[in-house]
Design a protein around this ligand. Structure first.
Ligand SMILES: *Cc1c(COP(=O)(O)O)cnc(C)c1O
Length: 365
């Protein structure tokens, strides 16, 4: 049996006619930057999320960077975040000269533990940046309440959770700013890099639009120091097609994720816990298992690809050595990093493939 970790080829086959037509349209029009495809995407993303503004940009990383820039985060400032995430979350904070202040995670959801946030807030704290990991939103109500008490903005790193629902509202529309990624393997993926920033704050939206276009809102009149952080029209064209089918894909992801969890119940495989007030889009279906390396090897020998998101928490990364953290500082993140393993997941995973994966892993657990 041939199993892909994420089946992007099956997805292309499903939408090929539409995608080819939309991309050909862009090439024929020669409008490669901005234009109607991007406009449509931004309108549809805003409508989908419920946020007033959706702004296409060059990547999830740049969405996070632009958000921090819009909030004037600078050298000497602190931003509270999780160490159990992809490097980009904390990287953009440090890139601006600010300090990522880590807080450990909840052991069942793998998202930042809100009960630990307040202790990390100082007078230098300028924002809280939770991550909605693996496609399930962080405890945004609790986080927003702490932020409101300290008058801080909240940036949701929703790079894995676009499409997820939290208390009836969509991820990306749960706080001051939401950021997502259209990296090809994300739940809503482009055919290259891309991302989006979401906010219902008019002033922030206007500033972010300027920042991603060299700080200008009129050509060659630069009011701010910005970047080239634009989303190109070919990516927007691909995303328009995929967004039109996205609800079906989210439903399939939810169904396949739940089926995994049911099939693993009663085994030694620890399935992810999804809280009753939210859904997951299962950007990753990640389980915990002892002897992960041996399990990954045995699965690989049967043609089942696996991955680890993420093998080393950020406080132990060489790039962050200057922050002065050490092993033992965030024990839950460290323990989970050693046991977590992601299984093949996509809306195109068949039940036959899933049973094959589950049976193979249960034998090892
Ligand atoms: C993918 C990802 C990013 C970065 O997105 P890019 O589009 O690859 O720049 C940031 N944070 C998290 C949690 C991610 O999963």
């Amino acid at each position: 049996m041939k199993i892909n970790f994420i089946d992007l080829q099956a997805q292309y086959r499903a939408y090929q006619e539409e995608i080819d037509r939309e991309v050909a349209d862009v090439m024929a029009s020669a409008q490669f930057i901005g234009g109607p495809k991007l406009q449509k995407l931004e309108n549809d993303l805003a409508a989908y999320s419920g946020a007033k503004h959706a702004i296409g940009c060059s990547s999830g990383t740049d969405a996070l960077l632009l958000s921090l820039m819009a909030l004037d985060i600078k050298a000497g400032d602190e931003v509270v975040t999780t160490p159990f995430t992809f490097i980009a979350t904390a990287e953009v904070i440090a890139f601006l000269g600010a300090k990522p202040v880590f807080v450990d995670i909840d052991e069942t959801t793998y998202n930042i533990d809100p009960a630990l946030i307040e202790d990390a807030v100082t007078e230098r704290t300028k924002a809280i940046m939770p991550v909605s990991l693996y496609g399930q939103c962080a405890d945004m109500n609790a986080i927003n309440a702490i932020a409101a008490k300290h008058n801080l903005p909240v940036i949701e790193d929703a790079c894995q959770s676009f499409g997820a629902v939290y208390n009836g509202k969509k991820s990306c529309n749960l706080s001051t700013i939401g950021c997502t990624s259209f990296f090809p393997s994300k739940p809503l993926g482009a055919y290259g890099d891309g991302g989006a920033v979401f906010t219902s704050d008019d002033a922030l939206a206007e500033k972010i639009r300027m920042l991603l276009n060299h700080g200008q809102n009129e050509r060659y009149k630069h009011k701010l120091i910005g970047i080239n952080g634009r989303l190109d029209a070919i990516q927007a064209a691909v995303l328009n097609v995929k967004l039109a089918h996205f609800n079906d894909e989210v439903a399939a992801r939810g169904r396949i994720g739940k089926a995994y969890t049911e099939k693993f119940s009663g085994s030694g495989v620890i399935a992810p816990e999804i809280r009753p007030d939210r859904t997951s889009v299962y950007a990753q279906y990640s389980v915990r298992i002892e002897n992960r390396e041996a399990a990954a090897k045995a699965l690989n020998e049967k043609g089942i690809p696996t991955a680890v998101h993420y093998p080393m928490p950020l406080h132990l990364q060489e790039a962050f050595a200057l922050l002065g953290y050490k092993t033992g500082d965030f024990p839950i993140s460290e323990r989970v990093s050693g046991e977590i393993m992601s299984l093949p997941m996509s809306p195109y995973l068949t039940e036959e493939q899933q049973d094959f994966i589950v049976d193979a892993l249960k034998e090892l657990a």
